[in-house]
Design a binder for this molecule. Structure first.
Ligand code: APR
Length: 321
């Protein structure tokens, strides 16, 4: 049986962590492509030389030639510029759209049967563009955003309630921008609703709501919080880990239910757009989308987020993509 081959398009900050995690988890062999000469070769050599200490058999190589990604089963794309302080994800639109178009052409030519996870921002637009240029089935093209946004929300909840983050389930839907929708009603600690725990902690409904609102706001701005501190780039450890959770579910056919930027055909009242929703990820890619009943406010927040995605896609089309 052939070994699993994973192509990383973009060997920057996120690409480097992805390569190391794939090797340490032995998810497959890695080919890291980047336009910068020698860099992906150097980075993968560095990781490969830890094989003895980490104890992995994954093979890693770097390349500047798309031909080397030939036959990849899975492709994870981080090519593009990251945000600088003060920049919104949308400011990246035009630069990263040019890059994504090239990437989609390269992947289409050399890995036409692959499943693709995109991390490059602005996420919802980049996923839309990749699918359009490649013509890949919708089921096989998805974006990583919700796993990270939900993990951030869960982390803040765990800190606030002083419980293990392993027991916190939190779900964030919508576009990967400031309009994303952290679902308060669906967040719980091993089944116990977070709002109930907050109300008991503060013995005051209004205070509990205030604390929850602050966590929701911090989740929406969490990417920017990291950008502001790093000053030279955006988050990279947590986006890499999040994409690996999706990759593992696909490669091992785990069927995990993960918030995924997926193409909607009527689900959640959305038709013809990529939006973050709960999806079951299996060896076929997005095996199915799981619908939730949303109350009036939640649906309104999701509609607002979908409108932001629609505007972003319209802006991209106006730019000629
Ligand atoms: N093809 C392939 N790789 C490219 C191309 C291209 N046409 N253009 C740029 N790159 C590479 C850069 O050379 C760089 O190594 O993409 C890599 C991006 O890496 P970083 O700048 O370190 O950015 P990173 O932090 O990894 O984030 C990548 O993910 O979360 C998003 O907003 C983030 O869009 C950004 C992307």
């Amino acid at each position: 049986m052939a070994r699993t081959k994973i192509a990383l398009i973009g060997g920057g900050q996120i690409g480097g962590v992805l390569a190391q995690l794939i090797a340490q988890k032995e998810l497959g062999d890695v080919v890291m492509f980047d336009v910068v000469e020698d860099m992906p070769q150097g980075k993968t050599l560095d990781i490969a030389e830890a094989a003895r200490v980490d104890g992995f058999d994954s093979k890693l190589r770097g390349t500047n030639d798309y031909k080397d990604i030939e036959g990849s089963d899975l492709v994870i794309i981080t090519a593009g510029l990251p945000r600088k302080p003060g920049m919104s994800r949308d400011d990246l639109l035009s630069t990263n759209a040019k890059i994504m178009k090239q990437v989609a052409e390269g992947v289409k030519q050399y890995a036409p049967n692959s499943i693709v996870i995109i991390i490059s921002n602005p996420l919802d637009a980049m996923v839309t563009l990749f699918q359009k240029v490649s013509g890949f089935p919708y089921q096989k093209v998805m974006g990583q955003a919700g796993v990270l946004d939900s993990s951030r929300f869960a982390t803040f909840i765990a800190w606030e309630l002083d419980v293990s983050v392993k027991d916190v389930n939190a779900m964030v839907l919508g576009g990967h921008g400031d309009t994303m929708v952290p679902l308060i009603r669906y967040s719980n600690v091993n089944g116990v609703p977070v709002m109930e725990m907050l109300e008991r902690k503060y013995n005051d409904k209004a205070k509990a709501q205030e604390v929850m609102n602050a966590m929701v706001d911090r989740t929406k701005m969490a990417g920017g919080e990291v950008v502001k501190l790093l000053k030279t780039g955006s988050a990279f450890y947590s986006p890499a880990s999040s994409a690996i959770a999706m990759a593992e579910s696909i490669l091992k056919d785990q069927k995990r239910l993960l918030p995924t930027c997926a193409f909607l055909k009527g689900e959640f009242g959305v038709d013809g757009y990529y939006v973050g929703v709960p999806a079951v990820l299996s060896s076929s890619g997005i095996e199915r989308i799981v619908e939730l009943s949303l109350d009036k406010d939640e649906q309104a927040a999701l509609d607002n987020s979908v409108n932001a995605v629609k505007n972003l896609v319209a802006d991209m089309e106006r730019l000629g993509f």
